[in-house]
Design a protein around this ligand. Structure first.
Ligand SMILES: [Zn+2]
Length: 321
């Protein structure tokens, strides 16, 4: 009996130590992936107008895991190490951010601007540095018409951009300087070409944070980059489908000349969002980010590597409730 008791104590304490170990290592990995220290004191954005300050609120929904169900408990618990003390702008009950990527384009961007102006809507243009260099007047037009400008790297080339932290920083800084030389501002928002799941190295996300950038993915895609092409109806259906029941929508469209369908769909989509009670806003670094959820699951015994086989990502919306 005594032996049995000792054996039981031994087994249960081993299990306890083991579970503590698993939790702490996974916490560490995910905390690193999120890329922000967890004990930062609250940051009050300094560049806010007085009337915006009252809308500030402590927000923590981005890293909520309530909609996830298919991951081991230890992984879900580990996301409790998310940052919860950054202050973000309070948003309307239903809000849509139109984001338009890859421009500016001499053919298509002026047409996008025309539609937006007709409907008195502001959007966010994530633009490529090399493309902006060729079309500075379009960047000026976008800026002077009150749209937000975001950094979308200098080359949009996944291979070189995501190679290492130096390459990422170089492209972001170069693009930031171009935006500054044209507009006199340095917006600190980034859209990762191909989506943030492509930044598969923890240090890349940490680098973004170090550079002071907030990055935004999307949760309603026009799918206008489909190699088979899309029609106006496809774009409308895609965006409506992804947005239905979602309170905070970030749409993805492209304004290079091959994406006519998105341009054609835009007026109808604007009307649809209006009819459904959405307010239109533009992104800035004080808007609570939306990120594709990326979870690293360690399978290797080497603590310092996150191998490809241990990498998984999910791209479900945390707002679809
Ligand atoms: Zn892009």
């Amino acid at each position: 009996m005594k032996k049995l008791l000792i054996a039981l104590i031994l087994v249960s304490s081993t299990l306890m130590i083991l579970s503590l170990f698993v939790h702490s290592t996974t916490s560490n990995v995910i905390e690193k992936r999120i890329g922000k220290p967890i004990n930062k004191s609250p940051i009050l954005p300094s560049n806010l107008k007085e009337n915006e300050k009252k809308y500030l609120s402590v927000s923590e929904s981005v890293y909520d895991t309530s909609s996830s169900s298919s991951y081991p408990v230890s992984i879900l618990n580990a996301t409790d190490s998310r940052p919860s003390d950054k202050l973000f702008l309070k948003e309307p009950d239903k809000v849509v951010y139109l984001t338009i990527d890859d421009g500016p384009d001499p053919n298509s961007t002026p047409k996008f601007l025309e539609v937006l102006q007709e409907h008195d809507i502001k959007a966010t243009f994530f633009m490529i540095g090399a493309t902006m260099e060729k079309n500075p007047q379009l960047v000026k037009d976008i800026f002077s018409q009150g749209h937000a400008i975001g950094n979308h790297s200098y080359t949009h080339n996944y291979g070189s951009l995501y190679k290492d932290t130096e390459s990422l920083a170089e492209e972001i800084n170069k693009t930031e300087d171009i935006i500054f030389s044209i507009t006199g501002t340095r917006p600190k928002i980034f859209r990762a070409p191909g989506g943030s799941q492509r930044m598969r190295k923890t240090e890349l996300v940490n680098k973004l944070d170090e550079l002071g950038y907030a990055y935004f993915d999307w949760n309603a895609s026009s799918a206008d980059t489909d190699p088979n092409g899309v029609t106006k109806k496809d774009v409308i259906d895609n965006i409506k489908h992804d947005s239905s029941g979602v309170k905070k929508v970030i749409t993805l469209m492209h304004d290079n000349h091959r994406r006519k369908a998105s341009l054609e769909a835009l007026p109808e989509l604007i009307e649809w969002f209006k009819e459904n009670g959405y307010e239109f806003r533009t992104l800035n670094e004080n808007v609570e980010p939306f990120h594709f959820k990326t979870i690293h699951i360690k399978e290797s015994s080497n603590k310092n590597t996150i191998t490809d086989s241990a990498y998984r990502s999910v791209t479900e919306s945390v707002y679809s409730n």
